[in-house]
Ligand binder design. Structure first.
Ligand SMILES: Nc1ncnc2c1ncn2[C@@H]1O[C@H](COP(=O)(O)OP(=O)(O)OP(=O)(O)O)[C@@H](O)[C@H]1O
Length: 291
């Protein structure tokens, strides 16, 4: 992909601010996204959906500058150019429950300016097949399970083979087999384009993402590789038979032993850190904590 004046950059955001009333949901977010899958982690209310909506041109920031696919989405022509090359899976896709799966994705394809009926229907079949919904084309959306609806929403985001995919919690509600399938799909998609996905699943980030961005209270707390995120907790994860009240986080695992993240006592039995441990070192646990 060579989108931004020959540079492999899909998104360049600088100092994005978005306020709801007096509360800043984003308080100066700066980030760069290139080809590959980037995971966006953060506690509930951190500003993930707000950021994705701005990148997807559904919301204008109050301050800051933005380039998406080489265009300025804060101008009308720039916004149109971005929308033509963007796939967006919002948290609430606004399904019409009376539509069949095919009708809904076809409707999205019409909005995406696929005007030739035959070509459009071929594209709709392609994306439904990509998400494993060949057999549900004629099923009404109201009759689909939550996980299947999620697949319909992803199919809609894939219409037109976009250069940038913005996915708001795409694996929510999926069973482990489907999650694995989605990971394969995202990894394939990320080979040639930029994919940004927000998630609370740290395993998705570990197994899939080239880059991970952590936001908390509207600011970027970390940007780097998943391995670098895990490394933040190196030497700070340990196990013992008893609970440690002084740890940042401490829980009894299925083996009966306790796992702790924080400052280990002298002589503690250290464990290799996961990205969840690194994440716990970053976010303010009093604000909610879970990724
Ligand atoms: N339309 C709105 N009006 C007022 N406040 C809002 C609105 N949308 C979001 N907020 C607030 O902005 C902050 C960021 O919300 P956002 O939905 O971006 O967080 P998030 O990281 O996506 O959370 P989650 O993980 O729970 O989906 C939260 O404090 C939220 O309450």
């Amino acid at each position: 992909m060579s989108i931004d004046a020959g540079i492999d950059v899909a998104v360049r955001a600088d100092g994005l601010v978005l306020r709801y009333g007096r509360k800043a949901a984003l308080d100066g977010v700066t980030l760069t996204l290139g080809t590959g899958v980037t995971g966006l982690l953060g506690p509930n209310g951190a500003g993930k959906t707000t950021l994705l909506r701005i990148l997807a041109t559904a919301l204008n920031p109050d301050a800051g500058s933005l380039r998406v696919l080489g265009h300025d989405p804060l101008t009308a022509p720039g916004r149109l150019a971005v929308r033509r090359r963007l796939g967006y899976l919002p948290q609430d896709p606004g399904f019409h429950p009376g539509f069949t799966t095919f009708e809904f994705v076809d409707y999205v394809a019409i909005l995406k300016e696929l005007t030739h009926r035959g070509d459009r229907h071929t594209e709709v079949r392609r994306v439904l097949s990509a998400v494993g919904l060949d057999d549900q084309r004629r099923t009404r959306i109201r009759a689909l399970s939550g996980g299947m609806r999620q697949r319909v929403a992803l199919a809609a985001a894939l219409v037109g083979d976009p250069d940038l995919l913005i996915l708001d919690e795409p694996t929510v509600g999926l069973d482990p087999q489907q999650r694995m399938r989605f990971r394969e799909l995202f990894a394939d998609l990320g080979e040639e384009r930029a994919v940004l996905l927000s998630t609370h699943q740290t395993e998705d980030v570990m197994s899939l993402c080239r880059q991970v961005v952590v936001i908390d209270q509207g600011t970027v707390r970390f940007s780097g590789t998943p391995a670098d995120l895990a490394a933040l907790a190196a030497g700070r994860v340990w196990t013992s038979v008893t609970r440690e009240p002084g740890a940042l986080a401490s829980w009894r695992t299925g083996t009966g032993l306790h796992r702790h993240v924080g400052d280990p006592p002298h002589g503690a039995e250290l464990l290799p850190p996961t990205i969840e441990d690194g994440y716990l070192m970053l976010v303010d646990l009093s604000s909610g904590g879970a990724p």
